[in-house]
Write a new protein. Structure first.
Length: 88
């Protein structure tokens, strides 16, 4: 953890691990953004540069390790959308 402005902040690797764990709560066919894997106030506390890095790391994780998450189109603001694949 990193002390930032008097608050304990998670480092990007911890944020990535939390995001990956949160995908276990999603349903088949569900579409999501990385930001959806965090509570609003948690996401807002992450700096822009760390959010960009987190997005890159999550995409790399999905491409490398996950069969049940699929990267789909990007939003108009450039955020990567993901979808939980159906089993079978």
């Amino acid at each position: 953890m990193i002390l930032y402005g008097g608050l304990l902040m998670l480092d990007v690797n911890e944020l990535l691990n939390n995001a990956i764990k949160e995908t276990e709560n999603l349903n088949q066919g569900e579409v999501f953004l990385v930001r959806d894997l965090f509570k609003g106030y948690e996401w807002n506390r992450i700096s822009r540069s760390e959010r960009l890095l987190l997005g890159t790391l999550f995409l790399n994780y999905v491409k490398t390790y996950k069969n049940f998450i699929q990267a789909i189109e990007k939003t108009s603001s450039g955020q990567q959308k993901y979808k939980i694949k159906f089993e079978g």
